[in-house]
Design a protein around this ligand. Structure first.
Ligand code: SAM
Ligand code: SF4
Ligand code: F3S
Length: 463
């Protein structure tokens, strides 16, 4: 591949103006969690400085970037499958620059370059601050590179120097990376590295920039967001500071570990004006025995204490969670404990997965329980979770909710927004409602979505 003129004409931070016809097209496909979504947006904020524009149709791409997730099943194979698809698309066209980022890139690193020569660059999640240099150097030296060092401080510094141009009504903001918990089933400590919190002022600056550019809701992100600690500033301090931003309507945070639901964070719910009343608190299992085997470092009693304390502060607070079903050693009684916990807490929304052995983790070599039993248990757990979700949504029919209007609906005929509890709401608003909190009377519902009509001059506070 020759060095394209757009690379020779551009410098590192993109301060030279690029003639319009020299833009290169990047297609970014993202798998995995919200942190990957945030990263994909920030990668684009970065590469546009060296002349890239984003496209939605991969067929026209000059650069194909796959931001990968390693959390479950066949993650690696999915990536090779995807590359196979790209190869086919470009069989009779100029090969795009192919970059693999994310958690599979981190876990597989050099192996990927060896196995699939179609890949040009491998960049791990803590090295995105180097991506402009890596692309530029690739074109200059034609050398395939794998860059997977853990350097979150430099990454955070770099991110603070380039603007977050997400421009979304509801924006993500990563405040913490990595994990020190080492749950026995999980790859995250290996793919994202040790816990590292972003400097308090950097987070505030980015939040302010997002709000100045139209964000009405900010979701603070971290693999263990409530472990945030920067020179003694905790997540609770960040929430109370960020919610002072005028123009910002809603604050959320995800994903929390039950062990880090500290008193100060719980007490924030007494004072907050903008923190939404949905707490996503993954529990994984209702059985103390399984929690211990998983190395989760808390008991169900402690989980329920947090639940009770939050409910006492504000009875409108609701919970959502993640569950792993069929963890090695899970017996019928352990599974029943999970069902009991779900009945007690009445989670309003949850994710549940069958345990997937991940290479390199402690649980990888444990004896699996029968697949048929796992499948049956997953079905049972989901039936119970869905039953509650359907009942909650049904109970909202004929009620009026505050909805943050985010976008046009998929078919572009209505407005898509979210309730305070993150439930999708489709209603008959106007385009000019986007970015506003509007009152919507719910007319009907299904498990995941509420459908309603906008009503004027109504101001109900749910939380
Ligand atoms: N840090 C969060 C916590 O402590 O709960 C979880 C983050 S993880 C990216 C998201 C979810 O993936 C977990 O809550 C867990 O339910 C699920 N997960 C992680 N590893 C898994 C595995 N090996 N098999 C099945 N599910 C898994
Ligand atoms: Fe994975 Fe969360 Fe456990 Fe960390 S705390 S190892 S991210 S499940
Ligand atoms: Fe997946 Fe990595 Fe997120 S493994 S869930 S993309 S932290």
């Amino acid at each position: 591949m020759d060095t394209p003129s757009w690379i020779t004409n551009w410098n590192y931070m993109g301060s030279r103006k690029n003639p319009k016809n020299m833009y290169q097209k990047i297609f970014i496909k993202t798998f995995g969690c919200q942190m990957n979504e945030y990263d994909s947006n920030r990668i684009f904020d970065s590469v546009k400085k060296i002349g890239f524009e984003k496209i939605d149709n991969c067929d026209d791409a000059d650069c194909y970037l796959l931001n990968t997730c390693h959390i479950r099943d066949k993650a690696k194979e999915k990536v090779y499958h995807e590359i196979g698809r790209v190869k086919k698309i470009f069989r009779f066209k100029k090969k795009p620059l192919v970059i693999i980022t994310g958690c599979v890139a981190q876990a597989e690193n050099q192996e990927m370059l060896k196995r699939e020569p179609y890949i040009d660059l491998i960049v791990g999640p803590q090295s995105y601050h180097k991506i402009n240099d890596l692309i530029t150097n690739y074109f200059k030296k034609k050398k395939k590179i794998e860059e997977t060092n853990f350097d979150p401080i430099s990454k955070f510094d770099y991110l603070s120097k380039i603007r977050n141009d997400s421009g979304k009504v509801s924006s993500f903001l990563t405040i913490q990376e990595g994990c020190d918990k080492f749950c026995h089933f999980c790859v995250v400590p290996y793919t994202r590295g040790p816990e590292c919190s972003r400097p308090f002022n950097q987070v505030l600056d980015e939040a302010k920039y997002l709000v100045d550019n139209g964000a009405k809701e900010i979701t603070l992100l971290g693999q263990n967001v409530n472990a945030y600690n920067n020179s003694g500033y905790r997540l609770s301090n960040l929430i109370l500071e960020i919610e002072k931003l005028s123009g910002l309507e809603r604050v959320r945070y995800t994903t929390s570990h039950p062990k880090d639901m500290t008193e100060d964070l719980i007490e924030v719910y007494m004072f907050t004006k903008k923190l939404m009343p949905l707490v996503h608190l993954p529990v994984q299992s209702g059985s103390d025995k399984i929690l211990k085997l998983m190395n989760r470092k808390h008991s169900i009693k402690e989980y329920l204490e947090t639940f009770d304390r939050l409910k006492k502060i504000n009875s409108n607070i609701e919970f959502s969670s993640d569950f792993i079903i069929g963890y090695p050693g899970e017996q019928k009684q352990d599974f029943n404990d999970t069902l009991d916990l779900i009945k007690k807490v009445k989670f309003i929304n949850s994710y549940s997965f069958i345990f997937s052995p991940r290479p390199g983790t402690i649980a990888a070599d444990l004896e699996l329980i029968d697949k048929k039993i796992s499948m049956e248990r997953l079905q049972e757990v989901q039936n119970l979770l869905f039953e509650n979700q359907i009942a909650v949504n049904k109970s909202l029919e004929n009620k009026t909710l505050n909805v943050l209007a985010e976008n046009l609906s998929e078919d572009k005929t209505q407005i898509f927004g979210r309730s305070e509890y993150m439930t999708s709401v489709i209603f008959n608003g106007k385009k000019s409602d986007i970015g506003k909190i509007v009152s919507v009377k719910i007319k009907r519902s299904n498990r995941s979505t509420l459908f309603g009509e906008k009503i004027d001059n109504f101001n109900q506070k749910v939380a």
